[in-house]
Design a protein around this ligand. Sequence first.
Ligand SMILES: O=C(O)CCC(=O)C(=O)O
Ligand SMILES: [Fe+2]
Length: 426
Amino acid sequence: MPNTPLDIDRINGDITYQEFLVGFYFPRMQFHLTVDDNGIVNCLNKDSYLLPNRPCLISPSLTSSWPCFRHWTVQSPSGSDPLPNWQYLSETYGAQEVSVADCNTRDFSDQKRTSMSVAQGIETVVDAKSSQNLPYIKDWHLVLQSRTGLSNEHDKIPYETPKIFRDDWLNNSCSQADDFRFCYVGVSGSFTPLHRDVYASYSWSTNVVGVKIWRLFPPETAPLLRKFPSNRRSEGIYDVRTVDPSIFTGWEEAQRTMVVIRQNPGETIFIPSNWYHQVENITDCISLNHNWCNSVNLPCLYAAMKDEVEEVSAAISDVKDMMMRHASGGGGGGDDDKGWQVDWLREVDKLVKIDAGWGWEHFFQMIEFNITAKTVVAPGYLRPADRFVRERVCGVVEDFVTRDEYALLPEVKLVVDRILTALFAI
Ligand SMILES: O=C(O)CCC(=O)C(=O)O
Ligand SMILES: [Fe+2]
């Protein structure tokens, strides 16, 4: 029998960064907290979110000044919650590119996706309302694509990142290709299957229109959400509403940790690192969300990268054997030995990039870019103290310099060494 779902904190949008980071009572205690293997702080004060990695739901006052609430909505004839202004969205952003998921068609752990223009995507969504179809516009890079071709400022910048989320290293990267700022547009009934966010990043998501149900599971529950709990690569639950407990034997136990949240129009949810979540649109919905990271969850991202490398290495261990045999067969000495190891690390790195989206070089470039003063996007009062940042980055670098990738991949070593130099300046 399912237990009563747990709840999360509902907080006032006036929350300050210090309260969000570490809590009201211990604003200067960031250095004295104990940290577990994933960098999660065992914080004395549970009334905070970023350091203890706890989710929360924030009231509409956090985002009420956003222009999109005015321009993207129309009043409903019945006087209830505003509805999407499909015509405005299509006329303004119609030429941009999106992927549209068909929520009725599973594709491994995701849904079947089709690329199209925003105009076509919106037409698909509007047409679906008189059918059984469940189209869902996902991962629309609205901010990135709105930089050009729009004349009104409120269309170019329809919202601004709330202050408490400004310390964002993922979207402050050197490469234009990296953008994790999305708009989601779906019909009532559309959904996003159970997942953890990319690179173990955080997410924040604001409903501009509509109501969503979020089902959350804390990071410790992750093994129970898999077919074979001890095998990280085994199939995961796709839809928590239709789980077969004879296949997912941990499900009954997992359910006891599930948190079910109703997110109303204007509300913002904060999803911490490694929290699994499934999202269901109860009405037609438009939401804005960012995946983000900073010094606080950096250890989670680093741990996720190491796991990924380990998993890929295990999956292609036969290639390693082959490379080793080939090298020793060639009558090589020490240098040959190093040669095959470099090839092996590059092979793993290549696959990690394909699977996870980035490799070590890119990961450390992101860190370098963000600890270099000129690129910092958040002012001092919207990020942890410099000393905390330095300790966080040092922890990651100190571990990494013991790895083969540091010793054998010069392009990665170069970036890490530059970080070590930059740390002195913090
Ligand atoms: O709104 C959705 O359907 C998915 C959003 C999500 O997974 C996120 O914000 O992390
Ligand atoms: Fe997500």
